[in-house]
Write a protein that binds this ligand. Sequence first.
Ligand SMILES: *Cc1c(COP(=O)(O)O)cnc(C)c1O
Length: 381
Amino acid sequence: MSSNSDLSPETLAAHALGRIDQATGAIIPPIHPSTTFERDADLAYSRGRCYSRTDNPTYDTAADTLTALEGGKASLLFASGMAAATAVFQALEPGDHVIAPQVMYWALRAWLLGFASRWGLKIELVDTTDLVAVKAAFQPGKTKLVWLESPANPLWQVSDIAAIAELAHGAGARLAVDSTVATPVFTKPLSLGADIVMHSATKYLNGHSDVVAGSLTTGVIDEFWTRIKQVQGQIGGVLGPFEAWLLQRGLRTLFPRVRWQSATALDLAQRLAAHPKVSDVFYPGLPGFPGHELAKRQMQGGFGGMLSIRIKDGREASIAVAAKLTLWKRATSLGGVESLVEHRASIEGPTSPVPDDLLRLSVGLEAADDLYADLAQALGV
Ligand SMILES: *Cc1c(COP(=O)(O)O)cnc(C)c1O
């Protein structure tokens, strides 16, 4: 029997680290709904658990599997991706300067410009695909965190994690990466120099559109990580035990799901790029995409399951295309087994940087030909 350190990530994920429940011999881990844990007679907690607002044994399998897949030191599961991301920012001090991407997950950008700014963080949105712009944005002694998302929602821009990690560390700042779309199947930000990796586990990690969850994985156990844990424990953004259990189940099929979704996304991107009603296709796997060369270096074995298209005849035409789709479901979110389509600009409102003729496509596990046929009938010729 090999130790886990010899095993491939595919194997670690499929077995969720292969732990056997010591009490029963169960192959699949149990769910512990208990909110509270027994104290010793001398009031200590020798078994390490106290109360489920900070910790629950059901978290261990999913958290430790993620730590192994990301090559980190520890992971925390949160009640949502937003709870995970905002915990990182809340571990900073009011007055700290933060560099974040212009194009990023919309709800987090809104929180940074709203709540986080009122709370005192100095948020600076930068084109993080432009290293010169990133370098110029650092304020010596003040910049404490760089936040990246790669590929970034919903234009799938790719940012250079290794180069920006070097810039951040040179300036005494940390780098955190929202790797929701890349997943550990294609990118391991910690190995590229990032300090913290965040996921909306609602998306590919769980993968079945039936759990809202988030995660953080750290490359080092340090004072900043301890603060993040404290934020979580105090605010209580923890996952329910049943959701944590579903997440470990979803993680077992992460590799085959995401590879299939990525292969289909590339196929659809190529076919849509040749369609007369499509004016632009945003997908890091297309040779004409601005971040393609970087994506080839940074993403191992695929470019992800997300793409966006612009419709030649404008906003109303793009909404009409979405209306005619039958196999693709009109719904927000991404990374599930069923393909989803969304007109992002109408979701994000007037301050959105997203073109109003853009449709975001989340590719599921259906046959590529069925997905393309539905798009082709909706686009018309
Ligand atoms: C969905 C998403 C989030 C937010 O996660 P929730 O689980 O919905 O809170 C953050 N970043 C990205 C890239 C996402 O797709």
